[in-house]
Design a binder for this molecule. Sequence first.
Ligand SMILES: [Zn+2]
Length: 177
Amino acid sequence: MAACEECGGHDLRRLPGTGGAVFECGLCGALSGDDAAVSRVRDAREAAARGMDSALYELVKALEGIRGVRVVRADGGSATDGALPVVFVAVPHTAEGISDLERIAQSIVLARPRLQFPWMLEVDVQQRLLFLLSPRLPADGQRSRADDVKRAQQDLVTLAHALRRDRSLAWWSAPRR
Ligand SMILES: [Zn+2]
């Protein structure tokens, strides 16, 4: 019988909703099993603990992978309510913080051909300076709002991948003027 990698206990339980790919230790709560599946469960729990949708958590993590960058609030949007996704980003009030914003904005511009909508970084003040990342929808009464929300939600994943990729490219770490 398999033992928990953390505590050696033998009370491993199949975690529901993971297709049997993840086990949870009944003694210490440690997760084991398929690495990718385990990290998906961890992300989903982290997202829930922070009150964020797991749909946009990949983007939140990609943004917070940049040192000093913090996502203070994020909403994955809702097709039912017609609410679009929005992410509130805070950066340190330093030259480096501004450079990070510039890099994030540049990454969004480069991802544009793969995005359903143009995304904007807007400045907002709520007790402190925040930067709002949100899709800009062209005015067109023919489209359905619910469909727009779903397409904007696809963009969340595209943006997360773009940020992750760009951070490993030379231009990201090139010195700024
Ligand atoms: Zn254990």
